[in-house]
Design a protein around this ligand. Structure first.
Ligand SMILES: Nc1ncnc2c1ncn2[C@@H]1O[C@H](COP(=O)(O)OP(=O)(O)OP(=O)(O)O)[C@@H](O)[C@H]1O
Length: 279
């Protein structure tokens, strides 16, 4: 479990990016932080691996205040996937994936063998292992980025707009892969996006943010779609337009998400806690 308690962040130039933020992120679920540009999503995500430190308040992981954990050590124990994959251009795919385990002390040969397995995990052909990132498509690069994020076998995976730069078809594929990976690997995923449809598709818990990382609403996709907490949320999720891209339809076999053309976009399943959770 990750917990933000009374967390604020004021940058040196005076910008208050995060204003008294409180949130519990449950383990082994996907929590999506969604909001418009500048609402503080990336700042919140980076506070989990100490790329940014709070000005006030505490962030803890499984009860331990992370301000007491050395930042480099913390970062190597948490997967981080960013937009544009963040791959090292002069390293082959296999070495991009193997780098963090090697830095953590895993022998290179073993780390490379594990890297090949991770390519399988993210749905990439092993033949790509010896290419350089520039020799891959954008979608393939993002998959390598996910493999790299998983390489140290972290319990926590942070994903910052990981599919923002790929075309809609590849994006949809990568979203489905993320759902599959989460089912198979059971990580605590914290995912940042400005796309509410992506948030509803991937999130067990969705946190809608306004400026200053103020929480406009928090809940499962079903809860938010059924009961938008304010006009702001209704507008943000498009409920006020009467043509939301995604809506919920009850069927004999449970709740399904349908798109504006009535096609099934996903299934809402009951989580182990008994509440509704996104696909
Ligand atoms: N290093 C910094 N110095 C000063 N201000 C910053 C810094 N990093 C972020 N900010 C400001 O903090 C606020 C929140 O930024 P942040 O990047 O967390 O938002 P975001 O919701 O992730 O936005 P986007 O979707 O555009 O990435 C913005 O006003 C931004 O300009």
């Amino acid at each position: 479990m990750i917990e933000f308690r009374s967390v604020s962040k004021r940058f040196d130039d005076g910008t208050l990016a995060v204003d008294d933020f409180n949130l519990v992120i449950p383990s082994r679920k996907t929590t999506v932080l969604v909001g418009s540009s500048g609402s503080g999503k990336t700042t919140l995500l980076r506070m989990i691996n100490r790329m940014v430190d709070p000005s006030d308040g505490t962030v803890s992981i499984d009860g331990d205040d992370i301000s007491g954990i050395e930042p480099v050590k913390l970062r190597r124990s948490i997967g981080y996937v960013m937009q544009n994959s963040g791959l090292l251009p002069h390293f082959k795919v296999i070495d991009n994936v193997a780098t963090v385990p090697v830095l953590n002390g895993v022998p290179r040969k073993q780390a490379r063998a594990q890297a090949l397995e991770l390519l399988d995990t993210v749905g990439l052909n092993r033949d790509l292992a010896n290419r350089y990132p520039s020799q891959l498509s954008g979608g393939q690069q993002q998959r390598v980025g996910v493999a790299r994020g998983l390489a140290a076998n972290p319990n926590i995976l942070l994903m910052d707009e990981p599919f923002g730069a790929v075309d809609p078809i590849v994006r949809a594929e990568l979203q489905q892969e993320t759902i599959r990976l989460q089912r198979d690997l059971d990580k605590t995923v914290v995912f940042v996006t400005h796309d509410i449809d992506e948030a509803f598709l991937l999130g067990d818990q969705v946190v809608i943010l306004e400026k200053g990382a103020r929480i406009a609403q928090i809940g499962s996709p079903t809860e938010i779609l059924a009961n938008p907490a304010s006009d702001f949320v209704a507008t943000f999720i498009g409920a006020d337009k009467g043509k939301r891209a995604l809506s919920i339809r009850e069927t004999a076999n449970g709740s399904i998400l349908v798109d504006s053309d009535g096609r099934a976009a996903g299934v809402l399943v009951a989580s182990s806690a008994g509440d509704e959770s996104g696909v």
